[in-house]
Design a protein around this ligand. Structure first.
Ligand code: ZN
Length: 465
């Protein structure tokens, strides 16, 4: 006899789910305003539960045994620091040793008869894709968290929203889709990227349906604005955008569309982690679902509040594959604890500020490619788009930043000279500059195929013939 299938409504107790993880919009009037004691109590209960679950997953069990810690050692939230962190390299090694899923999953395809299971992947341009398996509960809570961010950004029930992320192996498009569909009662137009539905068609659909937001990169949204202008529309008037859930330059996006921009942070294994409030001074962490810590990217030691370091995430909401002290190597910082002027006690973090594994030592100077890009893009005549390369010339490391300009190509060399001077002044080291026309970097940045544009390539380890 075949095993009886567990149906979605049996797999998830939705009453309990919305009690424990309050959805928007009521979230912002309830859990968002919880007292520090309430927040800490919820976190401790949940982190213990997650530790007990993670201890049954070989990847964590082995690491914790080696470090001499276990779930019973979690008496206060401070004890979390005793548990080892891990990075994407550890995930890669786990997959190599236990192909194809690794030994870090809490569920596998074999569990799909017990309840609906989904898998999404990241990476894979070099080496194996890195899968994460999700239970039905994990999908629902993760989408609900994403919906909190989208709601704060201005998306409202009943809105029509274009989802122009790539519906591919990656979680990106699906997490927006599920958040909008299940938790914000929005009508999603599943356009996917410009390769699937042409940019002109997307513009026409957005106008015909009165779309209030387009889920995509900031860069692609600006491209849509250009296409709208070329079709004879005024992007500020004819596109009825009311929310900017787009990763990009806040000032440029706000100005182009006349809409307030709220920064947010998330990544595919855990979905949305934090979002800015109307005070625009830090991103409030959804602390009923996460503990965020900041560590030194090189040593892994916890850093004081305010210092830039790598984000270490412990999710508190899942039932499947755990992320317990995952050093995601994105850079940010924590604000000191305290009440924000919006009324929330939820800890605040800075916005995404670069990658911790991208640090380049150029003639003794520590450089983050994103930091170089920020300075370059502030120069007059330079568009918010860049790509940094590092290579070895004999015994010297060299860095080049390529930027985009709409100026006449005849003026590109002079602009490159200006940029090199600015970078030399700012960083005290020679950085080569190159200027290209619009679209000239798309192959390097993978703007149209990757959920987050690539900004950096280290060519030093490649065989250069
Ligand atoms: Zn606030």
């Amino acid at each position: 006899m075949t095993e009886r299938l567990v149906r979605p409504w049996e797999a998830v107790d939705f009453d309990r789910l919305v009690r424990e993880y309050v959805p928007p919009p009521e979230y912002f009037d309830t859990a968002y305003l919880a007292s520090p004691d309430e927040i800490a109590a919820v976190q401790l209960t949940r982190v213990r539960e997650r530790a007990r679950r993670a201890a049954t997953v070989p990847f964590f069990a082995e690491r914790w045994a080696a470090a001499g810690v276990g779930p019973d050692d979690l008496r206060t939230l401070d004890d979390l620091a005793r548990f080892p962190t891990y990075t994407v390299d550890d995930i890669r090694r786990s997959i190599d040793a236990h192909p194809p899923f690794g030994d870090y999953q809490g569920v596998t395809p074999a569990d799909a008869v017990r309840e609906p299971v989904r898998v999404f992947m990241s990476g894979g341009t070099t080496g194996r894709s890195r899968p994460t398996f999700y239970t039905q509960w994990d999908r629902e809570v993760g989408s609900l968290l994403t919906a909190r961010a989208l709601s704060r950004q201005g998306i409202r029930p009943g809105d029509v929203v274009l989802n122009s992320w790539a519906y591919g192996l990656h979680n990106g498009a699906f997490s927006f889709d599920e958040a909008l569909h299940h938790w914000l009662n929005c009508v999603v137009l599943t356009t996917s990227t410009g390769n699937v539905t042409s940019t002109e068609r997307q513009v026409e659909l957005a106008i015909e349906y009165g779309a209030t937001a387009v889920c995509t990169t900031g860069d692609y949204l600006l491209r849509m604005a250009e296409a709208a202008t070329a079709l004879g529309y005024d992007p500020k008037v004819d596109l009825k955008l009311r929310a900017l859930p787009n990763i990009g330059d806040p000032d440029v996006l706000s100005e182009t569309f006349g809409v307030e921009y709220f920064r947010s942070y998330g990544f595919h294994e855990v979905q949305w982690v934090s979002v800015e409030c109307p005070a625009h001074d830090g991103l409030h962490i959804f602390e009923d679902a996460f503990v965020v810590q900041i560590v030194d990217p090189e040593t892994g030691a916890e850093l004081p509040d305010g210092e830039l370091g790598a984000i270490v995430i412990t999710e508190l909401y899942k039932t499947g594959s755990p992320q317990f002290r995952y050093n995601i190597m994105d850079l940010s910082w924590l604000y000191p604890p305290g009440r924000c002027e919006c009324g929330s006690w939820l800890r605040r973090m800075g916005p995404f500020s670069g990658r911790g594994d991208n640090m380049v030592k150029l003639r003794g100077i520590n450089l983050w490619p994103e930091g170089v890009g920020e300075v370059a893009c502030a120069l007059d005549g330079v568009e918010p788009d860049y790509f940094v390369r590092v290579w070895r010339d004999g015994t010297r490391d060299e860095m080049e930043i390529a930027v985009v300009s709409r100026r006449d190509p005849g003026g590109h060399p002079a602009l490159a000279d200006d940029l090199e001077r600015v970078l030399q002044q700012r960083f005290g080291v020679r950085i080569h500059a190159r200027v290209v026309g619009p679209g000239g970097l798309d192959a390097d940045t993978e703007l149209h195929t990757s959920p987050k544009p690539k900004r950096f390539r280290d060519e030093r380890s490649q065989d250069r013939r």
